[in-house]
Write a protein that binds this ligand. Structure first.
Ligand SMILES: Nc1ncnc2c1ncn2[C@@H]1O[C@H](COP(=O)(O)OP(=O)(O)OP(=O)(O)O)[C@@H](O)[C@H]1O
Ligand SMILES: [Mg+2]
Length: 246
């Protein structure tokens, strides 16, 4: 369970500008949560805090009962390695490794069975069509291909929490849908908690709950009730209202 109480974040020491303020949220294990909001509203900052990549200025974030701010650096490293998978907005692939090496590297550090690594890799590479460019380096593939590699790298780790920052932003509708269905599957089958930032209503409709960030505050929360189509319409309607504010 992720518990967030009165979370505040400022990037300047004097705390003149609060990027996040007074955020309260509980994310239960196995939830598929969407985060929407305009550019600059604090979505990536929020994900980075939950992922243990960023400190915060006020409030408390605890994950599985562990307070992130009071963790020692070594504990934080373990937390990032063992609990969290991250799909970064800018993909964060290592330039000296091929696409395939990038994907399996974090997994190789956790799983000793090479055959299993290869098997898991083959399944996910095929599903996302990565096998065609797996031996190329990140700079030799397109943005969407890098994004697929970043997704594969995060998913193959099978961590308890998957944080995905605009994971379908550079993908065509068909590939994006495959990714979302894969998220839904790992969420349902392995009870992985997924928190996904998205600008896209269709992507958000795959979630069970969507929160809207505006100027660093949660201004609205929608729960999925009924079908995905219904949820899609509710999110779209909410976005329409938000337009007047943004
Ligand atoms: N390292 C940093 N130092 C100073 N300010 C930052 C830093 N990172 C982000 N910000 C600022 O914090 C605010 C929130 O940024 P954040 O990246 O969280 O937004 P976002 O909602 O993810 O936006 P986008 O949709 O464009 O990715 C912005 O005003 C941004 O300029
Ligand atoms: Mg962002």
């Amino acid at each position: 369970m992720i518990q967030i109480a009165n979370l505040g974040k400022s990037y300047d020491d004097l705390k003149r500008h609060l990027v996040l303020q007074g955020l309260n949220l509980t994310v239960n294990d196995g939830e598929f949560l969407g985060i929407m909001g305009a550019s600059g509203s604090g979505k990536s900052t929020f994900l980075r805090i939950v992922g243990g990549l960023e400190t915060y200025s006020a409030g408390k974030v605890s994950v599985f009962g562990q307070d992130l701010q009071t963790m020692k650096e070594s504990e934080r490293e373990q937390y990032r390695k063992n609990v969290i998978s991250f799909v970064f907005q800018d993909y964060n692939l290592l330039s000296g490794l091929t696409v395939k090496e990038n994907i399996i590297l974090p997994y190789t550090m956790m799983e000793k069975d090479e055959k299993k690594i290869e098997q898991d890799y083959t399944v996910i590479a095929k599903l996302l069509g990565i096998d065609e460019f797996e031996n190329r380096y990140p700079e030799e593939v397109s943005g969407g291909e890098q994004q697929r590699a970043a997704i594969a790298r995060a998913v193959i780790k099978k961590s308890k929490i998957l944080l995905a920052d605009e994971p379908t932003g550079s993908l065509d509708v068909g590939t994006g849908r495959k990714v979302l269905e894969m998220f839904r599957k790992i969420n349902a089958d392995y009870k992985v908690t997924v928190i996904m930032v998205t600008h896209d209503v269709l992507s958000a409709s795959f979630c069970n709950r969507v929160v809207f960030l505006r100027d660093g505050q949660f201004v609205k929360m929608l729960n999925k009730i009924g079908s995905q189509e219904n949820f899609y319409r509710s999110i779209q309607e909410e976005m329409g209202k938000m337009d007047e504010i943004f």
